[in-house]
Design a protein around this ligand. Structure first.
Ligand code: IPM
Ligand code: MN
Length: 352
C-alpha cells in the first residue's frame, strides 16, 4: 500500500475551514482507494507573522522538501500590508520549491452556475498552464527618486530560455496526455512586448516541431479574454506567462462558476508540488461556516491525481460534479443552500 506524507498549510481567513473539508474528503478517498498518508500542519500565514514577524525560513523550506505534496488553504490577512505574505509565503513556496508550473483547469460542472448565456458544460473545458517561476513575478525592478515628482518605478519581466522552454514542453506533454482536442494555444502579447514574447514565440514554434500530433495556435492576451467570454469552446490547453496566467485564470474561474470551485496545482514535476484553491482568504466570511469548500476539495483531487492516485482523484471530481449538479443552489459563499461542513459531507457521501 502506498503511503504519502502531506504537508498541510491551512493559512489565513477561510483557509482552515476549506482545508478541513478537503481533509475529510481525502480521508474518505484513502479508505476507498486503499492508500494511506500522514499529515503535518504548518502554521505559516498572517497570524504567525503578526505574532513572530516570520514568514518562511530556509529551515521551513528544507523541511517541506521532504513531503510528497503540500496542501494549502489561503494566504492573506487584512491586518498585514499587501505584498508581505504574498511574497514572503506563497511566492516563496512556489519559487524555492521550483514549482514552475501553475496548472489551472477551467471546467464548467453545472451550466446553471455559468454567467455566460447558452453555454453547455462541454463548452467550457480547458486547462491553463501558467508559468510560475519567472516573468513580472520575479520581483526585479527599482524606484528612481521615490516620492519625488519625477519618480520612476521599473518592474521587469524576466524570461529565460530554459524557464520558458520547460513550461512550453510541459504544456505540449500535458496536451498530449489529456488527449482531447490536442490543441495548444500560446497566449501572449507579441505585438507590444517584443522581447519577452519573441522568446516565447520562437521557443513555442521550435518545441512544436517535436509534437506533430498537437495542433498549435496563438492568441494575444487581450483577445484571449474576449474568447473566454465569446467562444470558450475553442480552447483545449493554453500556455502563458506568470502575469497573464494570473489574470486570465480569474476570468476562467468566473466562467466555470466562480472562486468557490476553481482549484490549481503549483507543480514541480521533479519535486514537491503544492495544491490550493485559487481564491483568497475571504476574511469577511471567516468562521461563519458559509464558504464554499469545493475549490479546496478539487485541489485535493488534483493532488491525488498528481501523486499517481488517478482513480481516487477522478472519484473526487465525480463526487463534486454530482453535488454541484444535484444539490447546491449556488456556488457562492452563503448561498449554497448548505453550510461549508455540509458540502464536505455531501462530497464524502457521493464518493464512489
Ligand atoms: C494566485 C494569486 C497570487 C498570484 C497572489 C496571492 C500572490 O492571485 O494564486 O493567482 O498572483 O499568483
Ligand atoms: Mn491570482
Amino acid at each position: 500500500m502506498q503511503t504519502y506524507k502531506i504537508a498541510v498549510i491551512p493559512g489565513d481567513g477561510t483557509g482552515p475551514e476549506v482545508i478541513n473539508e478537503g481533509l475529510k474528503v481525502l480521508a474518505a478517498a484513502a479508505k476507498k482507494y486503499n492508500f494511506t498518508y500522514t499529515s503535518k500542519m504548518f502554521d505559516f500565514g498572517g497570524a504567525r507573522y503578526l505574532k513572530t514577524g516570520k514568514t518562511l525560513d530556509v529551515e521551513d523550506i528544507k523541511e517541506l522538501k521532504d513531503y510528497s505534496a503540500i496542501y494549502l488553504g489561503a494566504i492573506g490577512h487584512p491586518e498585514v500590508k499587501p505584498g508581505i505574505l504574498e511574497t514572503g509565503v506563497l511566492l516563496k513556496l512556489r519559487f524555492s520549491l521550483d514549482q514552475y508550473i501553475n496548472l489551472r483547469p477551467i471546467k464548467l460542472y453545472n451550466p446553471a452556475f455559468c454567467p455566460l448565456k447558452d453555454k453547455k458544460a462541454e463548452d467550457i473545458d480547458f486547462v491553463v498552464v501558467r508559468e510560475n517561476s519567472e516573468g513580472l513575478y520575479k520581483g526585479m525592478g527599482e524606484f528612481k527618486d521615490k516620492g519625488a515628482k519625477d519618480e520612476v518605478a521599473i518592474q521587469l519581466s524576466y524570461n529565460t530560455r530554459k524557464g520558458v522552454e520547460r513550461c512550453i514542453r510541459y504544456a505540449f506533454e500535458y496536451t498530449r496526455k489529456r488527449n482531447k482536442k490536442k490543441k495548444l494555444t500560446l497566449c501572449g502579447k507579441t505585438n507590444v512586448l517584443t522581447f519577452a514574447w519573441d522568446l516565447w514565440q520562437r521557443t513555442f514554434d521550435e518545441v512544436a516541431r517535436e509534437y506533430p500530433d498537437i495542433s498549435t495556435d496563438y492568441a494575444h492576451v487581450d483577445a484571449t479574454t474576449m474568447w473566454f467570454v465569446k467562444n470558450p469552446e475553442w480552447f483545449d490547453v493554453i500556455v502563458t506567462d506568470n502575469m497573464f496566467g494570473d489574470i486570465i485564470t480569474d476570468l476562467g474561474a468566473m466562467i466555470q462558476g466562480g472562486m468557490g470551485i476553481a482549484a490549481g496545482g503549483n507543480i514541480n514535476p521533479e519535486g514537491v508540488s503544492m495544491f490550493e484553491p485559487i481564491g483568497g482568504s475571504a476574511p469577511k466570511y471567516t468562521g461563519k461556516n458559509v464558504i464554499n469548500p469545493l475549490a479546496a476539495i478539487c485541489a485535493a483531487g488534483m493532488m491525488l491525481e498528481n501523486l499517481g492516485e488517478e482513480k481516487a482523484g477522478k472519484a473526487i471530481e465525480d463526487a463534486v460534479i454530482k453535488v454541484v449538479t444535484t444539490k447546491l443552489k449556488s456556488l457562492a459563499a452563503g448561498k449554497m443552500g448548505y453550510s461549508t461542513t455540509e458540502v464536505g459531507d455531501l462530497v464524502v457521501d457521493n464518493l464512489s
